[in-house]
Write a protein that binds this ligand. Structure first.
Ligand code: ATR
Length: 276
């Protein structure tokens, strides 16, 4: 009997139980996925209690992805470089931390548009929060090196670039500069909260310079098709949706816990219905 869960604050609206219960069904595994809403004031105490529960693995969401690190016995090298953990596996060596957020993006975009990786397209990431950092590291690890980061506060884009140890040809840009040179990129990834429901009438930047056939991705998944993606579609872009990343990061965590290799696309249709 597999015992999984999620810690965070709040966790009530999480889609993770739905995803992991479906994955267990698909793999013929019996188990549970419990939600642990942890009050920031009692974090230390509650994490020690969680250790005693002996879960096989758990996810970590906002605001604890950094705070969990001192409680782990081992942290995988890419999660350590990122400074954030979203998945813990209980092993004979103790609690081992991983981060599947950026990998979820890289795997889902590579499954849909493998050509981006054959001929090393230039990439633009918009935004410089935790999601941007995870995606930047994962795309570098997946072999892309020409990745620019545009942000309202350019210093934060510079920090994201400095956080990766890989040598790259990355540049930090203002949003205006990104608008000007949009047609240089084969993949554009929107990672900010701009466009998220209920403020879904806005797109972070105008796309008049976008060239046809560019892959455009938005990690926002509420609404499923953001204003940014609608405008990209109108200009002939190929779209990649935020919920595919969300699903793939969960599938990758499930793979870490169970050593199975479920196909994320099996869940995609049901997941889309769930989000609507
Ligand atoms: P995450 O959830 O990925 O950790 P975060 O740390 O909240 O995100 O970062 C939010 C990102 O959205 C940042 O890149 C932020 O830009 P700044 O670094 O300049 O703050 C960006 N962002 C949020 N609101 C924005 C807005 N109204 N216009 C432009 N960028 C915005």
């Amino acid at each position: 009997m597999l015992r999984l869960g999620l810690i965070g604050h709040p966790v009530g609206h999480s889609l993770s139980p739905w995803i992991h219960e479906r994955l267990m069904e698909h793999e013929g595994l019996e188990g549970t996925y419990e939600l642990f809403d942890i009050d920031p004031d009692t974090f230390d105490h509650q994490i020690h209690e969680l250790k005693d529960k002996g879960l096989d693995g758990f996810n970590i969401t906002v605001p604890y992805k950094e705070k969990i690190i001192p409680y782990l016995d081992e942290v995988d090298s890419s999660a350590r470089e990122l400074g954030a953990v979203n998945t813990v596996k209980n092993t004979a060596r103790g609690w081992v931390g991983y981060n599947t957020d950026g990998i979820g993006f890289a795997v889902s975009v590579r499954n849909r548009y493998p050509e981006l990786f054959y001929n090393e397209q230039r990439v633009l990431i918009i935004g410089s929060g935790g999601a941007s950092r995870g995606i930047y590291h994962a795309l570098l690890e997946a072999g892309l090196s020409k990745i620019d980061i545009a942000n309202r506060t350019i210093e934060k884009a510079e920090e994201v670039i400095k956080s990766a140890s890989t040598n790259s040809e990355s540049k930090a840009l203002s949003l205006d500069k990104a608008v000007e040179q949009l047609n240089d990129y084969g993949l554009i990834v929107q990672t900010t909260v701009v466009g998220m429901s209920p403020n879904d009438h806005t797109a972070i930047i105008p796309l008049y310079n976008l060239k046809e056939g560019t892959v455009v991705s938005d990690i926002v998944y509420r609404p499923l098709e953001t204003r940014f993606l609608q405008e990209a579609k109108n200009r002939g872009a190929k779209l990649h949706f935020g919920h595919e990343m969300l699903l793939q990061q969960a599938v990758y965590a499930f793979h870490i816990w169970t050593d199975t290799n479920p196909d994320a696309s099996l869940l995609l249709e049901g997941f889309e219905k769930k989000l609507k």
